[in-house]
Design a protein around this ligand. Sequence first.
Ligand SMILES: Cc1cc2nc3c(=O)[nH]c(=O)nc-3n(C[C@H](O)[C@H](O)[C@H](O)COP(=O)(O)O)c2cc1C
Length: 212
Amino acid sequence: MAEFVDVVRRRRMTRAFEPRPVPLETLAEIVDLASRAPSAGKAQGFHLVVLDGDRTSEFWDITLPVMRRGTFKWQRLLDAPLIALPFADPKAYTDRYAEPDKAGTGLGAGAQAWPAPYWTIDASMAVMTMLLAAEDLGLGALFFGVFKGERELRQHLGVPPGPELLGALAIGYPTDPTDPSAPLPRDGAYAKGRSASRARRTPGEIIHHGHW
Ligand SMILES: Cc1cc2nc3c(=O)[nH]c(=O)nc-3n(C[C@H](O)[C@H](O)[C@H](O)COP(=O)(O)O)c2cc1C
């Protein structure tokens, strides 16, 4: 296991995978760590629908139809052995905040009463923990948007109305996108995205001391 700072510095989104399966115990280890992420009122309205092995094709068939696949930039993303779909359930929060110790907040009234969607915030923290846990275990992962086919995907996977889909997580063993026998890049960037060359903002640019 690596030091925390090394894991954070090394993690990069992975867009090229070996087809080698991720053992389900490894996924459970990652999710166990994610279950320790902060959660408002400890409501924990975070769910993952997982497709692995041959079943990952069900995700791609719906979100990236075969006709568009030939021109898809990240061909080896399609080799990811595991796709996990993170959902945030607002009802877990409105129910929790209607309980006696939280009722005074008025947030039990419904999702519209919330100034910020704590379910999305919690689920995002859990996803971040998953990305770091995957890195720590020598795996790679990509969080990416589901821009097409969400309705069909929900129906296909039996997702009830309510839980909100954040996006998708591809998890697996990283590989060089062009040459699987090549040594893996040291910076951990496997198939860099278009945004990768943008400069990372410095703490000085992020911190507003005392006033915006
Ligand atoms: C909310 C969110 C959505 C993203 N969507 C995509 C996506 O659809 N496709 C993609 O290739 N990368 C996606 N990314 C990855 C970002 O491009 C990436 O995190 C950013 O360029 C910084 O690179 P790094 O995470 O490898 O350091 C997404 C990241 C986040 C946090």
